[in-house]
Design a protein. Structure first.
Length: 81
């Protein structure tokens, strides 16, 4: 992911929009701090990054379904373990 100063970004906006349209994600900076992220349309890049990280982990560990409810009843307020 390339970082681009906001002044540079503003001065060459069509060039950076074309790069983003081609699939690149850019981080816009002001005084060295990231102030925005410009990503291609079609989804949240955070979700894509998370999915890619999980795919890398699958070769090292077993990853199951962590979202779906389980059949076991559990009451956190009364759990004394």
């Amino acid at each position: 992911m390339q970082q681009v100063n906001i002044t540079e970004f503003r001065n060459h906006l069509p060039k950076y929009l074309a790069r983003t349209t081609a699939g690149e994600t850019l981080e816009i900076t002001s005084r060295g701090r990231i102030v925005a992220r410009l990503a291609p349309p079609g989804g949240d890049s955070t979700r894509v990054d998370a999915r890619q990280a999980l795919e890398k982990l699958q070769s090292k560990c077993r990853i199951g379904d962590v979202i779906s409810p389980i059949d076991e009843q559990w009451d956190a307020a009364n759990d004394h373990s």
